[in-house]
Design a protein around this ligand. Structure first.
Ligand SMILES: [Zn+2]
Length: 264
């Protein structure tokens, strides 16, 4: 019996819901293993064909999230399936998913490096490394430093995010948004790499030289986002299976097949 069949047997959800639960649980464990999530932070993912999304129980360890323990929540914040309470910062996910129909998956993280860039006078986080062309439209900072527990705070955060793919949160964290949970994971890896690169330049006492518009245009000409997401997902999932960050029973449904890893 596959993991999704097992979850379906336990929970009775349909297969689309089960697939989203598995991928969101896996992405959460991968993000924790990469130091992007820790004891807090969370990932939400829309369920195709349903007016609902998946998110973990707030109290579950990010290193131990399972598809079976995920919650199905509607866009009014009502838990439709699962046992337990969603994270207290649920309004982050609710309001961003409501405001951005193009977004399938949302990450909220308290990444230290990202927070540092909300606490330095005259310093802005900018696209430095090639993969950071993803954030060429800008990385705004939301001024509210408190936990986002009220709908009004969530709406304000979604307004600050606007059409961008990332938003920093003053003295608190960040949110990333993407077209899939796999893409979201890959973006988070590159977001951390980019913040690290800029911090290293600052710590060397040098003036960082961000990518220019012409450089970003050249990078985008060569970009193969779908392929790149598959390649990195394959790498991190395999590594996590070897290191037992992910249970071996999840392997068949998470590791891309040879055909999937063939470039067009
Ligand atoms: Zn938070």
């Amino acid at each position: 019996m596959s993991v999704t069949e097992m979850t379906r047997a336990v929970r009775g959800s349909n297969s689309a819901t089960q697939k989203v639960m598995l991928e969101t649980a896996a992405a959460t464990r991968l993000l924790e293993a990469e130091g992007i999530l820790d004891y807090s932070g969370h990932v939400s993912t829309r369920i195709p064909g349903r007016e609902a999304f998946v998110i973990q129980v707030g109290s579950t360890s990010r290193a131990e999230v399972t598809p079976e323990s995920m919650l199905v929540v509607d866009y009014d914040g009502k838990v439709l399936e699962g046992d337990g309470q969603p994270p207290s910062e649920l309004p982050i996910h609710l309001e961003i998913l409501r405001a951005r129909p193009d977004v399938q998956s949302v990450l909220h993280s308290h990444m230290e490096l990202a927070i540092a860039f909300t606490m330095m006078e005259g310093v802005k986080l900018l696209p430095m490394r090639a993969r950071a062309s993803r954030w060429k439209s800008g990385i705004p900072t939301d001024p509210d430093p408190s936990h986002i527990k009220l709908p009004g705070q969530g709406r304000a955060l979604a307004r600050t995010l606007g059409p961008h793919h990332a938003v920093l949160m003053r003295a608190h964290g960040l949110c990333l948004v993407a077209e899939s949970v796999r893409g979201l994971f890959v973006d988070a890896v590159h977001f951390k790499e980019n913040a690290t690169a800029q911090m290293q330049a600052l710590q060397a006492g040098a003036k960082p030289i961000p990518l220019t518009e012409a450089e970003i245009a050249q990078i985008e000409k060569m970009e193969m986002r779908d392929w790149h997401i598959k390649k990195l997902w394959n790498y991190y999932v395999r590594k996590a299976l070897d290191e037992e960050v992910l249970p071996s029973a999840w392997k068949d449904e998470l590791v891309p097949t040879k055909e999937m890893l063939t470039r067009d």
